[in-house]
Write a protein that binds this ligand. Sequence first.
Ligand code: CUA
Length: 180
Amino acid sequence: MAATEHEVQRSELRWAVAVSVFVLIVFGLTLFAALALHRNPPSNLERIDPATLHLSGEFTEPNLGTRIEQNGQVTTRIVATQFAFVPPCVVVPADREVTLRLASPDVIHGILVSGTNVNTMVVPGYVSQVHTVFRTTGDLLMPCHEFCGFGHSQMLARVRVVPADQFRTDAEGRASCAAP
Ligand code: CUA
């Protein structure tokens, strides 16, 4: 027997309530993750001129790699370029907040660090920034995950996570994979 109009309306109302509750739950979880857990998309709007980033400023060669800033913040700067990361290996301390900053002088690249939640695109013209804490020590692979040309599959870097008490820096606060 066909449902009456009244029954159809009640069914639609039930589904509308169910969907509304679900949307509110997802919205609430999103707010909770953003405000309480500080889980935010890895995006900050920071522009950089891709044609000159290697000539002056933050991403010149001596500034690349890991450094402890004046305020104690650990920052790792990497240039993603066809078809390599500069530097190809970075060292970071475990269990300490690390800020990764990446820029590209040519095309769109992307990175992820295996076994972590680090995952971002590197778009020419912008600085990609990710804050993370590495919990496990060892060499983690950081491949390019955005097709960027014929050498894409060879584009791979290494993130060397060392225990915090073995993390050594030179007089300028810089740390590199080559032993100091
Ligand atoms: Cu760089 Cu793919």
